[in-house]
Design a protein around this ligand. Structure first.
Ligand SMILES: O=C(O)CCC(=O)C(=O)O
Length: 272
């Protein structure tokens, strides 16, 4: 329990205990958090990714990120009450989604990702939190995500690779993750992954939430619960165009525009 991992078994850990663990470690691994019905939908999403999207010409992905088309079976995932309850406990009742994407490893990309923190790569407010939701097995063999518990306490490190072994007071945590599991990560927490040794795809959803006092967004503003607490809306391209502060965002902006265009095309098609 002290290493950021909760085993389900005698019922769900109380939300306040999850919060305690989150504040202490900056990461909490919740095994079996989602119901069988949700797992069925995640399985369906995996099939859609395998057969319809990930391999089709329409897929919006670069080597390790997949942005869309989003699998229909889980298109409302960010609103699932058992996920929203976790976020509300941690950042309050008024929340918005900042961004969602898949982190992928498969036959096309099996590489490692060096230890880093996400905080300096995104625009807007700093209180974003990340939920990771596996849609296929995410195991040591296919290059699962690994976290440094306690690393959030170092605050802002900056962009780039972090030599975690030079820092004290942190502990690596990871687990084989399966659909139904959920990982919650602080915006400052360092994480990395080792290369995949097999072709079996590692599909991992990353949901980024923020208090609704933060009007920044990627894609479209997406209120999740409560009311907007700000009138400002601040798209990532505004940061890119008016401030040019984030090289990483610039590299991905064209892909996201393509997602928006495809989503509009799909919406038009479903109306016809
Ligand atoms: O996909 C991975 O293994 C890590 C990706 C990641 O953490 C990131 O790009 O921020």
């Amino acid at each position: 329990m002290g290493d950021g991992r909760w085993e389900m078994g005698d019922g769900r850990p109380h939300l306040t205990m999850i919060k305690e663990q989150f504040n202490q470690n900056g990461v909490v691994i919740l095994k079996g958090h989602l119901s069988q019905a949700r797992m069925t939908r995640l399985d369906e999403a995996k099939r859609q990714l395998d057969h319809e999207h990930a391999i089709s010409g329409d897929a919006i992905r670069n080597a390790r990120f997949y942005m869309g088309p989003w699998p229909a079976a889980i298109d409302d995932l960010e609103h699932w009450p058992e996920i929203v309850a976790l976020v509300r406990e941690l950042i309050g009742d008024s929340i918005a989604l900042y961004y969602r994407r898949f982190l992928i490893k498969d036959a096309r990309f099996k590489g490692s990702v060096a230890a880093h923190q996400d905080l300096p790569y995104w625009h807007g407010g700093l209180e974003k939190i990340h939920l990771f939701i596996p849609v296929s097995p995410n195991t040591v063999q296919n290059g699962c995500l690994r976290f440094y518990a306690g690393s959030h306490r170092y605050g802002l490190i900056g962009q780039g690779d972090i030599e975690a072994e030079r820092f004290s007071g942190i502990q690596e945590v990871y687990d084989d993750l399966y659909p139904g599991d959920v990982v919650i990560m602080d915006n400052r927490t360092w994480h990395y992954s080792k290369p995949a040794e097999v072709d079996e795809p590692r599909y991992l959803i990353q949901l980024m939430y923020q208090p609704s006092s933060d009007g920044s967004y990627v894609g479209k503003p997406t209120p999740i619960s409560g009311q907007w607490q700000t009138d400002l809306r601040f798209h990532e391209n505004d940061a890119l165009i008016y401030a040019n502060v984030n090289k990483y965002i610039k590299e991905n902006a064209d892909l996201k525009e393509k997602v928006a265009a495809l989503e509009a095309q799909i919406a038009d098609g479903s109306k016809a």
